[in-house]
Design a protein around this ligand. Structure first.
Ligand SMILES: [Zn+2]
Length: 135
C-alpha cells in the first residue's frame, strides 16, 4: 500500500484517533522528541518499560522498543483504517481497561493470560507482521 493511500484513509474514515495522535506527537515534538518513521507510520520512543500505544498513523512506544512491539503497534493502525470511527469503542477503551486490569492482577500476584489472547491484540500482531515484513 502506498503512503498516500495510507494517510488518506487515516485522515478521513480514521481521523478521530489521529487527532489524538497528532496532538500527542505535537506535544512530544515541543518537548524535543524526534519523530521517526516505521513503514508508513510516524512514531516516537518515549519513557521506559510501559509498552506502546497506537493512535492511527501515529504510535508511541517505550525507548529501545523491539521490532515486534513496533510491528504490533503499527498493526493497530491498520485496525483503525478498517474500524475508523468505531476504533475508540472497539479497541482503545477495552484495551485501556484491560491494560490497567492486568497491572492490578499482576500486582496482586495472579497469573496472567498471554497478552495476545485478547482478540484485537493478536489481530494487531498479525496485521503488523503482514504489512511490515515486505518493505
Ligand atoms: Zn496492542
Amino acid at each position: 500500500m502506498r503512503t498516500f493511500l495510507y494517510w488518506l484513509v487515516q485522515l478521513t474514515w480514521g481521523i478521530p484517533i489521529n487527532i489524538i495522535g497528532a496532538g500527542v506527537a505535537f506535544l512530544l515534538i515541543c518537548k524535543g522528541y524526534k519523530p521517526r518513521r516505521f513503514c508508513h507510520a510516524v512514531y516516537f520512543e518515549v519513557g521506559r518499560n510501559w509498552g506502546g500505544v497506537n493512535f492511527g498513523g501515529f504510535f508511541f512506544v517505550q525507548k529501545d522498543a523491539t521490532l515486534t512491539l513496533k510491528r504490533h503497534e503499527y498493526g493497530h493502525g491498520f485496525q483503525n483504517m478498517m474500524l475508523g470511527v468505531l476504533m475508540p469503542f472497539l479497541i482503545h477503551i477495552p484495551s485501556a481497561i484491560r491494560y490497567h486490569y492486568r497491572n492490578y492482577k499482576r500486582a496482586k500476584g495472579f497469573n496472567l493470560t498471554p497478552y495476545d489472547a485478547f482478540w484485537c491484540e493478536s489481530w494487531a500482531t498479525r496485521l503488523g507482521e503482514k504489512h511490515s515484513s515486505r518493505r
